[in-house]
Design a protein around this ligand. Structure first.
Ligand code: NAD
Length: 447
């Protein structure tokens, strides 16, 4: 399942050919390994507003080295720009003044984060200026190259202290395949972030439930949540019992085999989590299927099955877990959508509808639960082209196009989706609610 084209372009002859022929030359992306520091290098902090002064202290809590003021000859691994003080369009030129001189002084796989105020929470000229940040960061994401990523984080006033888990994720190799994204923190007046004793094991003492955990992305989610300290309960269909047991045995986890669309599935899952674990902290609705056909050739059973597995089951299971109060305070509900649910795709009317439905579930539930004191959040990831057994089976030409049509000119790995889910899952992400973050290397496909 390796990317042969990428390996070729990393050989000396391949590098030369790609350069001379103007072909994409995908950078080798850095990924996080347990025990690594979050950032290997210095993060330059700039800008002005509510956060500029606080940022070095906040990043210090994550053992990240920061500098304020660019020094000639110094290289930087990351840049964080506080744009919350920019209240008119004319002031946006401060972005250019900060970024242009430093962009040639970045190490490989650099990380850029711009922090702003959610435009919907401010009015008039400030709203215009803050909204403009989105075009800036999305474009820089397409320009930066060399495995770099660029994100915009909108932080509501009063939620400055709730930024930590998000900065830790977006400045580290954990976000290797996430770029051009807009994240909102505290936009629905959520509970403030809980403190985490050890950012290397933020899920210590927590129970995480993952559907479709026997292979692919679900297996990797289980592994990363386990790495972060969680006790994992994996679920899959009875036919996948052997693989599921193997994975869960490795992780010292618990397992449950059933079809999530069975009428008694929500009740059985709730009972299992309550009886054996006293509740659940993190619920990841990962199980999903595609049964692609153009609509003209579609049948009701295939169309309905995709909707039932991908969105109706997560909806009903979540409702049951909440109704029976199985989800612990500061709990997490996390959906797995898809880029197809945002952009649409030929042959995928059922799949794209189901994945857009997952986004609808996030919208509906996150707002509802934000009013509650329990601090339960609802977010989703929307993966792009992720290299799994499923995508390895895609015909060569289609796979090549799918893999290259993004700012990083390569497919992502299951671990990239898993790391994004682990960021949502952190107890410090209480104010990260109602977000749908694409894990797609900033794919060219858009709405
Ligand atoms: P996969 O087919 O390898 O894994 C899906 C798992 O879900 C399997 O273990 C399967 O047995 C389980 N499952 C399916 N139906 C079930 C049911 N009714 N009850 C219980 N378990 C069931 O797929 P994957 O590539 O690992 O995808 C995981 C998720 O990511 C899916 O929701 C998929 O739609 C989504 N996704 C994947 C990609 C990609 O490029 N691979 C892109 C976007 C979204």
């Amino acid at each position: 399942m390796s990317d042969k084209y990428q390996s070729f372009t990393q050989s000396s002859i391949g590098r030369m050919l790609a350069k001379n022929l103007g072909l994409p030359s995908p950078a080798k992306l850095e990924r996080y390994a347990a025990g690594d520091p979050l950032v290997r290098g210095t993060v330059l902090v700039g800008g002005r507003g509510r956060l500029a002064e606080e940022l070095p202290g906040l990043l210090g809590e994550l053992d990240v080295t920061t500098a304020t003021g660019q020094v000639d000859g110094q290289r930087y691994k990351g840049l964080v720009f506080d744009a919350t003080g920019l209240s008119t369009v004319a002031e946006l030129v401060e972005l250019q003044e900060f970024f242009t001189p430093v962009l040639r002084s970045l190490d490989g796989c650099p990380r850029v984060v711009v922090v702003g105020t959610p435009p919907e929470l401010v009015q008039g000229r400030e709203r215009v200026a803050q909204r403009a940040l989105e075009g800036f960061t999305r474009s820089l994401g397409k320009e930066i190259g060399n495995g770099g990523t660029v994100q915009l984080v909108y932080v509501a006033e009063g939620y400055e202290g709730s930024l930590l888990s998000t900065l830790g994720f977006l400045l580290s190799p954990k976000s290797a395949y996430v770029s051009g994204q807009v994240v909102r923190i505290g936009a629905h007046q959520e509970q403030k972030a809980a403190a985490v004793a050890d950012w290397r094991a933020p899920l210590a003492g927590k129970v995480a439930f993952v559907t479709g955990a026997s292979r692919g992305i679900g297996e990797e989610i289980a592994r990363v949540l386990h790495r972060d300290g969680a006790s994992v309960v994996g679920l899959d269909v009875p036919q996948a019992a052997d693989d599921l047991q193997r994975v869960m045995a490795e992780l010292d986890g618990d397992w449950l085999t059933l079809d999530i669309t069975a009428p008694d599935a929500p009740q059985r899952i709730a009972q299992h989590l309550k009886d054996k674990h006293g509740g659940v902290d993190v619920v990841v609705h990962n199980a999903g299927v595609t049964l692609d056909k153009k609509l003209a050739n579609q049948t009701p059973d295939r169309f309905g099955k995709v909707l039932a597995i991908n969105v109706e089951a997560p909806e009903l299971i979540t409702a049951e877990l909440l109704a029976q109060q199985v989800v612990n305070p500061n709990g997490r509900i996390i959906g797995v959508a898809s880029i197809a649910g945002i952009a649409g795709n030929v042959g995928q009317t059922s799949y794209a509808a189901s994945k857009a439905g997952v986004i609808g579930l996030v919208d509906a539930l996150s707002r509802e639960l934000a009013q509650d004191a329990a601090g339960i959040t609802v977010n989703a990831v929307a993966p792009g082209f992720i290299i799994t057994q499923m995508t390895a089976a895609v015909p060569f030409a289609t796979r090549e196009v799918g893999q290259r049509l993004n700012a990083m000119a390569q497919g992502g790995l299951p671990v990239d989706v898993a790391e994004t889910i682990a960021w949502y899952a952190s107890p410090a992400s209480t104010a990260v609610n109602g977000n749908v973050v694409r894990v797609c290397g900033q794919m060219m496909l858009g709405a």
